[in-house]
Design a protein around this ligand. Sequence first.
Ligand SMILES: C[S@@+](CC[C@H](N)C(=O)[O-])C[C@H]1O[C@@H](n2cnc3c(N)ncnc32)[C@H](O)[C@@H]1O
Length: 274
Amino acid sequence: MTISAVKSPRPVTPLGILATKLESLSQQLAALDIDAKLKLELQQACELASGLDPYISHCTTPESPALAALVRRTQSEDWSQRFAERQTGHQLEQEMLSGHVEGQFLKFLVYVTQARRVLEIGMFTGYSALAMAEALPDDGEVVACEVDAYVAKFAQDCFDESPSGQKISIEVAPAMVTLQQLATANEKFDLVFIDADKAGYVNYVNFLLDNNLLTPHGFICVDNTLMQGQPYLVGESTANGVAIATFNQTIADDPRIDRVLLPLRDGLTLIRRV
Ligand SMILES: C[S@@+](CC[C@H](N)C(=O)[O-])C[C@H]1O[C@@H](n2cnc3c(N)ncnc32)[C@H](O)[C@@H]1O
């Protein structure tokens, strides 16, 4: 593994982007001769936005040493270089990692639902998989789908050094291929976390429901359902923004589904069959 300088992740959530924009506005207005009360109000808006994520993190149980080590390794990797050298099949980036608060939330869900079998669609370096594995009983299992062989090996190396890593089995293939194999083997899951290619989300949820891959009380968590605010903003969207807007509407129109979208990080939608 090549170690390069650790870079801070860029903002990729609606709140993070809002805080950055407010900060930029505040800096631009600071130089101008404008009403001091207006400057103060903008400063207060900046503090309200930029202080929220650090405070939520402060109030949340800290991540384990194994998760913290996985974050450090992920941030130290030069993902652009790996892609340039064709070691990864597509451009990966540290911002893909779900992180502390979302990881602890997923872990909490595993505990309270007493899940024993978890399926992850889109693993990257394994942060969410390992967070969920930490909450599983000793005989519990996370089956983690990942299409990229390089990052799958990277995650496996992290799991090998983690106390809960042996509960995770990685399936290196396009997730739909793995889902078909799991359905053929009549596998069932208590919790499915979807965090892969956004254009595939509708098909993943339909496949899980149509092929009874969930246990009777099983449920699905879907990541990035706010996609940096694009689904509710007027103006141009990226391909991912369009895919998530379509996914959110498809889910809203599906009478089989009960759902709630939580404004956690970049949006997390919980889905269960009614
Ligand atoms: C956002 S990252 C996952 C982050 C991870 N869940 C975490 O919390 O750290 C998305 C991952 O999905 C993988 N992926 C994309 N398309 C996929 C597919 N069709 N099948 C399986 N994995 C896929 C990507 O290679 C990438 O590693």
